[in-house]
Each structure stands twice: as C-alpha cells, then as structure tokens.
Write a protein that binds this ligand. Structure first.
Ligand SMILES: O=P(O)(O)OC[C@H]1O[C@H](OP(=O)(O)OP(=O)(O)O)[C@H](O)[C@@H]1O
Ligand code: HPA
Length: 183
C-alpha cells in the first residue's frame, strides 16, 4: 500500500473535515462569549491536539496565547498504560491565568484528570477543558470538560491528530481503522 493512500485503512468515517471545522467554529463562538473580558491561555496537549489547537485558535476572533505540554499515557498502542509521564512542561507561568486545556480526545480520562490536578497546584485563576471528542463509556477518571465537540462510542479512532502507532494523524477526517491494520 502506498503511504499516500492511508484513507484506504479507514472502515468508517465518523466525522469529515467539514463537520470538524463546523463544530470547532461553534465551540470557538461559545468560548469567545464565555471568556468575554478575560484573556485566555490555551494549553495544547501534544502531540494529538496540534490540529484542534490550530483550527480552534484560528476560529477565535480575539488574541490568545498558546503553550504546550507533552504528556504520554499511551505509548504507541491502543490501550492506556495507566501511567502518566510529563515529556515537556509549560514554558508559561500560569499563576492568575485563565487556562483552557485543548485536547482532541478524552478516553479513560486519565490524562486530563491528572493534568487538571497538576496544573491546579500552580495557582491559575481558572482551568477549563476543550476537547473535540469524548468516549463516555470509557471514562474511568473524573473529568468535566466545559467544551466537547462530540461524544463517541468506545472505539479506537484515528485522524485529525489521533494516531495509531504514530500514523494517521495527518488524515483530515476522523474514523475507525480496518481490522487488517491491527493484524
Ligand atoms: O483519556 P485518556 O485515556 O488519558 O486518553 C486521552 C489522551 O490520549 C491521547 O494522548 P497520547 O498519550 O496517545 O499521546 P499523543 O497525543 O502524543 O498521541 C490523547 O491525545 C489524550 O491526551
Ligand atoms: O481512540 C483513540 N485513538 C487514538 N489515540 C487515542 N488516545 C486515546 N484514545 C485514543
């Protein structure tokens, strides 16, 4: 299979590029309204959130700051390892800041529940979460995102930042992988 034909590995498209952009525009409008009169520091969770951060931030008709953290709980597979590791910390002092964590998926909730607890100790004025996807059936840790694009079934999805073994992040749509990919 040529590497330029990665779409062939998808069996089911859940969300197209157009649907994703439309939903992000709606989320951005809500965020802009909610943060009226307040500066926002958007904190993206590398690496998967790169696409969401880029598109969500550009839908916001206001100045925003962006910083990044790298946290890994998945290694390269499809199951959470249960252990969260900081691979890269923020460069910004978040004390007194309104922090909006941006991620592309909440699955078990381990990553973001851990991150919210960790950032809370640094004295931010507020912390909220914006996530494009959430799997309610997989949730095992308490996480309450203020902004959710869509709730999805408990299936492993790829595309638009979401990877399987570091591949498929650059797909414009989001979908599930054909069984042959895993074998
Ligand atoms: O709710 P959870 O079960 O913790 O899963 C969600 C996390 O898993 C993914 O990150 P991953 O660790 O795969 O790193 P990546 O962003 O580099 O792909 C995703 O970007 C979330 O941060
Ligand atoms: O469904 C998923 N796909 C890709 N990466 C992920 N990280 C947590 N859940 C997922």
């Amino acid at each position: 299979m040529e590497s330029s034909h990665v779409e062939n590995d998808l069996v089911n498209i859940l969300f197209t590029e157009e649907q994703i952009q439309q939903r992000l525009a709606e989320m951005a409008a809500q965020i802009d309204e909610d943060y009226a009169g307040r500066d926002v520091l958007m904190v993206g969770v590398l690496r998967g959130a790169v696409m969401v951060m880029a598109d969500l931030a550009r839908e916001l008709p206001r100045h925003v700051e962006m910083d990044w953290m790298a946290i890994s709980s998945y290694g390269s597979g499809t199951k959470s390892s249960g252990v969260v590791r900081i691979l890269k910390d923020l460069d910004t002092d978040i004390s007194g800041r309104h922090v909006l964590i941006v991620d592309e998926i909440i699955d078990t909730g381990l990553t973001l529940s851990w991150l919210v607890n960790s950032l809370s100790t640094r004295g931010p004025a507020s912390i909220e979460i914006a996530t494009l996807l959430r799997k309610p059936e997989a949730l095992s840790m308490p996480v309450e995102p203020k902004y959710v694009g869509w709730d999805i079934p408990n299936e492993f999805v790829v595309g638009y930042g979401l990877d399987y073994k570091e591949k498929y992040r650059n797909l414009r749509d989001i979908g599930t992988l054909a069984p042959h990919v895993y074998s």
